[in-house]
Every structure is written in structure tokens, then in C-alpha cells.
Design a protein around this ligand. Structure first.
Ligand SMILES: [Zn+2]
Length: 362
């Protein structure tokens, strides 16, 4: 197939994917999305399009949510109701969604190397989440591949990246997060749980030469706890929007010690496509906390989100569908393949447009 034929096919498949996800609202959503067909400095200018994505995180197992590695405290925030509630800060959430997107991109690239080469001109793909950049021995320059963020894939141009000083420009994330606030007070949501490590020699938890045994306690978030928050997606094309939403919906773990803890399910009960950022998870959590007696169910929280976003109808295109996240999770593989390819094409146009805007010769 010629590149042009492939590209026409891809556009059709992305539209089918979008129609399946957004149903009757699809035509409006498509019109709302940014169009990026050619390299132009105009692509670098903010477009004032904000998709406000309302998210419920359901704990399917116990979660270990804490500020830093060594702390045993659950991250908590105060409420005006006189008690604290657990909260998940956005850096934790963004990191796991980003990891999910990277996995989708690598899996796609491994199956589609020929297409990647033909349509995108990419022969190698080594983008990874890495806290440091490895340098070639004896030189100051980073290794050609596997140097952390690649700076030219959907992950990098949607979630942003930073470069070493003097090595070009940083790109800001177009995904902006909120606080994910629990809809249950801390004293009901947190369970202190004690574990032990057994010494293989003494067959006890008493470690030789130690006063105390090898017992340790984690404060865990109880399974079933529901958190509510919002993500703003800025200036996205249809394919960028879809790949970001699929990555969000398919994120299945969060927090520390993910071998044992942290299984979650994402619900996306509403999206408001607007011109500015609207709403906050903190406000929605407060309405749940002040009106639902006992442990709120997913239905309770979905209904509160619906009530809350209903106030913003008329400020944009409001899509309310409690099956949205499920539709994204189960998107057909050929649809998702097309979404990935189209998003990749469009981020490359974005990148070249940014280069042009900052006056970099490429
Ligand atoms: Zn990358």
C-alpha cells in the first residue's frame, strides 16, 4: 500500500474509534479537536481547547499512597467538614498513566516497525522513564538510544519532557492534573497493616542482634475506597485525545510496592470539552462527603459527578457516559493501532512546528 493510501485508511479508522467512544457526541467532539495537518508555526500557538476529564479511581486492592519512599504516612488533606481524607497527588497519577502510554507505544512499535519506518521515518524507539541520562564512556554526550525520554514520540509531546541545559528546549505537559480526593474520611479509609519478614535461620521474626523483630507496618488505603479528580487535556488532536484517554483508562496500578498493592479501576463518567479549565475533584469529594452516609458506592460518586458537571452544561460539549472508560479499555486493536500511528504523525508535526517557532534549524 502506498503511504497515502495507508494514511487515508488510518484517518477512517481513527474516526471509527472516536465514534465508538463518543457515540452521538462524536461529530461535535471531532470539530472541537485541534487539526494539525502540516508543519506550521501556528501549531505552536496555544489554541484554548481544554478537555476537562472527570475521573474516579476505584481501589480494587489495598493501596500504598505516601509522599516519599520511607514515610509510612498516607497522603492526607484537610476538609472543611472537620476531618482529613486521603488524597492521591497528581505526580503519582501522571507517572503511572505515562507508563501505561509508553507500554502501548512500545508494544505498537514492535509490531509495526515497517509502518513506523515508512510513515513516520522512525527506525528505532527507545523512549523510557528514567531518572538519569547515561553518557557514552569518555564523552559528555548522551548515548544515541535508551537515553530516557526521546523527545519526539506521543509520550514526550503529550506529557512533556525536559532536556539537559543547552540541549534545546523543554516541552510542557499538555496533561494537567488535579488532586484525587478520597470520598471517605481517613479513619474509615486507612488500615494500618503489620507484616513480618521471617529470618530463615531462627525461623522467627526476631532478627539476630536486633532488639525488635522484623515486623513493619504500612498504612494502607482500604480496597473499595473511591477517589475523585479531574485531568485537563489541552489543545489535542482527535488521535492525541484518544491515545491519552486510552492510557488513562488502562492504567491499572498506583502507589508504592505495586507487586503487592495498588490495583485500581479508572472510571471516566464525564468529559467537558471547553475553552477553559472547569471543576475540581476536591469540590466533588466534598459534596459526596457531606451528603452520602457511610461508605459511598460507585453509583453515589458517579451521580455526584453528573450533578456537578451538569452545572457547566452550556460551557462546552458535555459528554456523560458511565461506560466511557470501559469503551476505551476495550478499544479494538486495529482501531488503537490507527490511533497510535496518527497521534505519532501529528506529534512529529507538532515537534517540527515547535522547532520552527523557536527558530531551530532542523
Ligand atoms: Zn518519547
Amino acid at each position: 500500500m502506498s503511504s497515502q493510501r495507508i494514511e487515508e485508511e488510518i484517518v477512517k479508522l481513527v474516526e471509527k474509534a472516536g465514534r465508538e467512544v463518543f457515540g452521538d457526541s462524536f461529530d461535535d467532539v471531532r470539530k472541537w479537536c485541534v487539526v494539525r495537518k502540516d508543519v506550521s508555526w501556528e501549531n505552536a500557538i496555544p489554541k484554548g481547547k481544554v478537555a476537562n476529564v472527570f475521573v474516579i479511581i476505584e481501589a480494587l486492592s489495598r493501596l500504598l499512597i505516601r509522599h516519599e519512599q520511607e514515610s509510612t504516612d498516607v497522603t492526607e488533606i484537610p476538609t472543611p467538614l472537620g476531618f482529613n481524607v486521603p488524597a492521591i497527588i497528581n505526580t503519582k497519577m501522571q507517572a503511572v498513566v505515562r507508563r501505561t502510554m509508553l507500554a502501548i507505544l512500545h508494544e505498537w512499535f514492535n509490531r509495526n516497525k515497517k509502518v513506523a519506518s515508512k510513515v513516520l521515518g522512525i527506525e528505532q524507539y527507545g523512549c523510557t522513564l528514567r531518572p538519569f541520562i547515561r553518557r557514552e564512556k569518555g564523552t559528555g554526550t548522551p548515548e544515541e538510544t535508551f537515553t530516557g525520554y526521546c523527545g519526539s514520540c506521543p509520550n514526550c509531546l503529550i506529557f512533556g519532557y525536559a532536556v539537559q541545559e543547552g540541549a534545546g528546549y523543554n516541552v510542557k505537559s499538555r496533561v494537567e492534573g488535579d488532586l484525587y480526593v478520597a470520598t471517605l474520611p481517613s479513619d474509615k479509609a486507612i488500615v494500618p497493616t503489620t507484616f513480618n519478614a521471617v529470618d530463615d535461620v531462627t525461623k522467627t521474626t526476631q532478627m539476630p542482634g536486633m532488639e525488635t523483630g522484623a515486623l513493619y507496618t504500612y498504612n494502607l488505603i482500604e480496597a473499595g475506597t473511591l477517589f475523585v479528580g479531574k485531568i485537563s487535556l489541552r489543545d489535542m488532536t482527535l488521535s492525541e485525545l484518544l491515545i491519552t484517554l486510552v492510557s488513562l483508562a488502562r492504567t491499572s496500578r498506583i502507589g508504592g510496592r505495586q507487586t503487592h498493592f495498588g490495583e485500581i479501576r479508572i472510571h471516566i463518567p464525564a468529559i467537558l470539552f471547553s475553552t477553559y479549565e472547569v471543576g475540581s475533584g476536591y469540590e466533588i469529594a466534598q459534596t459526596v462527603l457531606s451528603s452520602v452516609k457511610g461508605r459511598p458506592t460507585i453509583e453515589n460518586v458517579v451521580n455526584k459527578v453528573a450533578e456537578y458537571v451538569g452545572k457547566f452544561e452550556g460551557q462546552g460539549i458535555l459528554v456523560q457516559d458511565r461506560e466511557l472508560a470501559n469503551k476505551l479499555r476495550t478499544m479494538k486493536r486495529n482501531y488503537l493501532d490507527a490511533v497510535v500511528l496518527q497521534a505519532w504523525k501529528e506529534v512529529l508535526l507538532f515537534k517540527t512546528s515547535l522547532d520552527m517557532y523557536v527558530g531551530k534549524q532542523s
